[in-house]
Design a binder for this molecule. Sequence first.
Ligand SMILES: *[C@@H]1O[C@H](CO)[C@@H](O)[C@H](O)[C@H]1NC(C)=O
Ligand SMILES: *[C@@H]1O[C@H](CO)[C@@H](O)[C@H](O)[C@H]1NC(C)=O
Ligand SMILES: *[C@@H]1O[C@H](CO)[C@@H](O)[C@H](O)[C@H]1NC(C)=O
Ligand SMILES: *[C@@H]1O[C@H](CO)[C@@H](O)[C@H](O)[C@H]1NC(C)=O
Length: 479
Amino acid sequence: MKLLSSILLLNTIEAGWKQKWEERFGNAVEDKRATERNAACDAKALSETAKFEIQGGSWDCPALGQDVANILCEPKCDDPTDRGNWPRRSFIKVQCRTNPTVKIRNVSNNMQCNPDLCLESTAAVDIPKGQISFSKRNKSKTLFSVTCDGKTGTQAAVICFNSSGALTSKTHDWQNVCDPVLTQTTTEPPTTEFAPLTDSIKSGLETCVSASNFPTGGRKKRERLSKIVGGVNAEEGSWPWITRLFLTESIGGGSGFLCSGSIIHNHWVLSAAHCCDGIAEVVATFGDISRSTFESGQFSLTSTTFFNHPEWGQGADGDFGNSDWCLIKFNEDILAAAPEPEKVKIACLPSEPIEHGSGCWVAGWGTTSSGGSTSTTLLSAGVNILGKDYCENFSNNGILMPDDVCAGLPDNDNNGLTDPGKDACQGDSGGPLICPVDGKAVLAAVVSRGVGCASEGFPGLYSATFNAKDWMRDIILNN
Ligand SMILES: *[C@@H]1O[C@H](CO)[C@@H](O)[C@H](O)[C@H]1NC(C)=O
Ligand SMILES: *[C@@H]1O[C@H](CO)[C@@H](O)[C@H](O)[C@H]1NC(C)=O
Ligand SMILES: *[C@@H]1O[C@H](CO)[C@@H](O)[C@H](O)[C@H]1NC(C)=O
Ligand SMILES: *[C@@H]1O[C@H](CO)[C@@H](O)[C@H](O)[C@H]1NC(C)=O
C-alpha cells in the first residue's frame, strides 16, 4: 500500500518518469497506470457518445472498462434487424492516450432507427433447404436473394417494399424453390347438394309421441321425446317404429303378403294403400328384426280396421299409384303392449316437406333384388331425397305427383341418370323412409313403388307423409 500511494503521488507530479518507475517496480506499476488511463478513456467515450443521441438505439462500446488502446463505439438499434439511418461503419473511436483523443466518422445529430420491415419479414421466412439473404436496398425497396443448399447462384430474387415489408417474387412459390412441395391434387369432394349416405341409421335419433304427431288442439301438450336406445345396430332397436306386416285376404288366412309399416301413434300404423288393398286382416309384428327367429321384445297384434287414402288408385291426377297411404288401427295401445318398451317407439311426422338432397334411410324385409327372395333380417340402406326437378331431369320416372318423394342415389357418375344400387324393393312396401331432422327420426315417406329395384335411372317412389297429415289427423281423431 505504501508503495502504490507513493507512485500515485509521483505520477501526478511528473508524467515523464513513467518509464523509469515501470522499470523499477514492474507489473504492479503498469496495472495501476492502465486503470488510470482507461478511466479517462472510458469517460471520454461516454461523454462523446452522449453528444449523439440515437433514436431507438444506443452506442455500443464493447471495450469500455477494458485495458485497450482504443475504445470503439458504434451506433446500434434496439431492434437488431434495424440498420438505422446512418451510413455503414459510422463510429466514435477514442484513442486511450494520456489525453484521450477522439475520432468520429459519419456521425450526426439525426441518428434514427426505424424498424426495417423488410429485414423483419425475411427473418420470419423459412426456406426449406435454403436461405434468404439481403442483396441490396434503396429507399423504397430491398432486394433479397434465395440460395439453395448445395446449389450455386440465386434461385429466386425477392423484392421487399420498405413501407409494408411485403415480399414479392417473380419466381413461383419462391419460399419452396429449394424443396418444391409436390402439388397435391386436392381430391376434396366437390361441394354437393347431396348429404353423404350411410346404410345404417344414425344412432340416437329421437322418437315422438302421439300427442306431438297429432296435437289435439287446445292446450298444446309439451312434446316428450324419447331417445332410441343403442346404436345403429338393428338388434338393439335402431328401427323401433318399424313393424312387419302380414296381410291376408281372409281372416286368419294362411297365405298373405309381406309389407312394412311405421308406428305413428299409440294405436296407429302407417303403411301403403297398395298393401291394404283387398285385405281382410293384418298381423303386425313389432320389436322384430329377424323374421325367422323369435326375439325378446317381439310381439304381434292383429287388426281388421284399415283406411286407404281416397285418392290412391284413382288416377284423376294422372297417376293411379300415388297417395299410397294406409292407416291401420290397433285397439291395443301398441307401446303399452311392448314387453321391451325401448324396442317399440313412435316415429315423428314432418312439420315441413323433406328437403332435396337430405340423406335418409329406408328399411325392410323385402327382396334384395327385383323378383329375388325376401330377407330374413331387417335391412337398411341410405338414400338421398331427390327433389321433383332433379328426379324428373335425372330419372325415367316421368312426371312426379305432389306427394311423390323420389329417393335413391344421385347421378354421381354424371351420365344423366340417377345411379343404381340403393332402393327399396318388393316386400318393403309401406315401410319407412326415415330422415334425420333436428335430431329426430322423421318418417318422411312410405315405400310405394318403383320400376325394378335399385336400377339406374329409376329411383324409388315414396308417398310423402307431409302431404297426408290432414287426412291422417282426420282419420285418427275420428276413429
Ligand atoms: C463517411 O465519412 C467518410 C470519411 O469521413 C466520407 O468520405 C463519406 O462521404 C461519409 N459518408 C457519408 C454517407 O456520410
Ligand atoms: C422506408 O421508406 C420510407 C419512405 O420512403 C422512409 O421514410 C423510411 O425511412 C424507410 N425505412 C427504411 C427502414 O429504410
Ligand atoms: C429502388 O429500386 C427499384 C428497382 O430496384 C426502382 O424501381 C426504384 O425506383 C428505386 N427507388 C428509389 C427510391 O430509388
Ligand atoms: C331440370 O331441367 C330444366 C330444363 O332443362 C332446368 O331448367 C332445371 O334447372 C333442371 N333442374 C335440375 C335440378 O337439374
